[in-house]
Design a protein around this ligand. Structure first.
Ligand code: 6PG
Length: 243
């Protein structure tokens, strides 16, 4: 798989990378709502988006965003109850949705109370019912692990090969668990894909993702290549230190 074709922004710190991401998200939402009356965004879990959620919830940005016209989905989810601290839904709900008053009808989560395959089916059905059979998110925000996984598209897992479904249950042997995840067909159909990767621990993975030419089954992030949309990597000086 060829290295990613991407725009790359390198910010001074993880904090400034999160702030820049939040400001870019605000701009996308305002533009989409002005153009089409609504905006569809998918957000990840993990630590990278936490400060982004917090900045978006601060009055300085929150007051400029038409939250009632924004629909939130998740790039992936762990098979845990929504009350669990491991829940990606809980993370975004606590740090963002509750603070800005996102209507709960605008938050579309994986129903992890169902068996994984049924939860993925229901989630895909919600995507299709709201966005049609060629869903085009206005923004998909991704993080990346040190193994270059993104969403819950982990190296050497079945979901990497999914060409039709938009959401699947994906057995991740290295974690000893099943995850729920968006797939490349819907990720690569997005208008904008941001990959937010701060921190020194990600420097080698960032170099591999952006510069090495190896199989995407080893580097899942490399297959994130929007067909028509914008791919933007948002790094900080530490994660970009080996470029
Ligand atoms: C998740 C995320 C996952 C995350 C990466 C990076 O559910 O954990 O969706 O893909 O983006 O693992 O995690 P950090 O942001 O914590 O480094």
């Amino acid at each position: 798989m060829r290295p990613c074709r991407a725009d790359v922004i390198v910010c001074r710190s993880a904090q400034s990378a999160a702030m820049r991401t939040a400001e870019l998200i605000r701009s996308i939402i305002v533009t989409c709502v002005a153009d089409r009356g609504e905006c569809f965004i998918a957000v990840p879990g993990g630590s990278s988006p936490k400060k982004v959620f917090e900045y978006l919830a601060e009055p300085r940005l929150a007051e400029m965003i038409p939250w009632n016209d924004v629909h939130f989905f998740f790039t992936d989810e762990r098979c845990v109850p929504i009350e669990s601290d491991d829940s990606n839904y809980k993370l975004a709900n606590d740090l963002l949705f509750c603070r800005v008053g996102t209507p709960q009808d605008n938050v579309h989560r994986f129903h992890t109370e169902l068996p994984p395959a049924a939860a993925a089916d229901r989630y895909e059905g919600k995507i299709r019912s709201l966005m049609g059979n060629e869903p085009q998110f206005d923004l998909i925000l991704l993080g990346m692990g040190t193994d270059t996984h993104t969403a819950s598209l982990f190296p050497e897992t079945a979901a990497l090969e999914e060409k039709c479904r938009f959401a699947v249950a994906n057995e991740v042997r290295k974690l000893g668990s099943t995850r729920l995840t968006l797939t490349y067909p819907v990720i690569n159909n997005a208008r904008n894909v941001f990959v937010l990767v701060p921190g020194r621990d990600k420097a080698e993975a960032v170099r591999e993702a952006l510069q090495s030419d190896v199989s995407f089954s080893q580097h899942p992030i490399q297959a994130v290549q929007p067909a028509y949309g914008r791919l933007l990597w948002i790094l900080d000086s530490e994660s970009a230190s080996l470029l």
